[in-house]
Design a protein around this ligand. Sequence first.
Ligand SMILES: Cc1cc2nc3c(=O)[nH]c(=O)nc-3n(C[C@H](O)[C@H](O)[C@H](O)COP(=O)(O)OP(=O)(O)OC[C@H]3O[C@@H](n4cnc5c(N)ncnc54)[C@H](O)[C@@H]3O)c2cc1C
Length: 316
Amino acid sequence: MRSLVVAENENGRVADATLRVITAALQRALPVDVFLPDPALASTVEKIAGIERVLMMAGAASEYVVPETLAAQLHRMHAMHGPYSLIAASHRTLGRSALPRAAALVGGAFIPDVIAVEGEGSFVRSLYAGSVIANVNTASAVTFATFRASSFAPAADSGGNGRRVIAEPIAGFSRTKLVERQASAQTGRELSDARIVVAGGRGLGSKDNMERLGKLAEKMGAALGASRAAVDAGYAPNSAQVGQTGKMVAPDVYLAFGISGAIQHLAGMKDSKTIVAVNKDPDAPIFSVADIGLVGDLFEVVGEIEAQVGAGGTSR
Ligand SMILES: Cc1cc2nc3c(=O)[nH]c(=O)nc-3n(C[C@H](O)[C@H](O)[C@H](O)COP(=O)(O)OP(=O)(O)OC[C@H]3O[C@@H](n4cnc5c(N)ncnc54)[C@H](O)[C@@H]3O)c2cc1C
């Protein structure tokens, strides 16, 4: 039995999330292959440590694949180059859309949002925004699973020697067509793989103050995150949202300014190694997960840090 991981293209390179899913698959101690919808990344993917084969389709030229086509491709890969007992992708839009479809085509099981691997067919997943942690054992010969990338370290992107396997192409799904992709403008560092995240909530009170926090983040070599309330208020772009309906992050340090700590926000950051929270309300739920909690005015604390790192601030 083998595992197959779907590799995603992110801005022309292999997504960090893909490297993390490969780590998860390797924990099953079975051979791991990678399926590459975009052959342009083959020379990078074949060097990832620990993988055996890199599967591609002849003539597949599209940088982006629609979920229906990816589901059919995985069905074909399983039939021609498997059998696979696990077909895995990151718990992001493409994987969440394609893998349940592929599971239905193959007649396999689907397990979403896996945060740990316990054995060949045994996984841990979170439910209800992290309030329940469930151990799930699959009874299916093939299991499709999406993995929460932030729960796993990235596999080394060098030292591997994956063998390329070129498969016969299949026709793409014709009833839907990807017309255009509009990536939101990248603001500062990428959140998902940042070692430090500086995040702001509604307590910041304005877009100008979020920009100020962004400048501080930049000075600290950190990525800027935001609560959904801050995003909804227009202080920060959607791409900065952390939480159940935003990004899941687990940096070394997560600094939360003016974030109350609603369960939906905690779901996206409570695995961070050290959590620092600044909030004027001593009863704010964020303090229940914080390693270091500061009860006080966030603007005073931001001002102090700016003075330390030499970032210029504006006033409230
Ligand atoms: C289905 C669903 C999905 C959701 N998904 C997400 C998600 O992915 N991510 C997410 O974040 N939320 C999500 N939410 C929303 C979530 O429930 C909260 O509403 C949101 O997280 C609150 O954001 P906040 O903490 O910035 O705002 P608030 O709850 O309004 O908290 C603001 C905090 O700032 C503090 N504050 C104010 N001024 C200062 C100051 N000067 N100094 C220090 N502290 C100050 C206040 O004491 C307060 O604790 C979701 C909700 C639902 C129903």
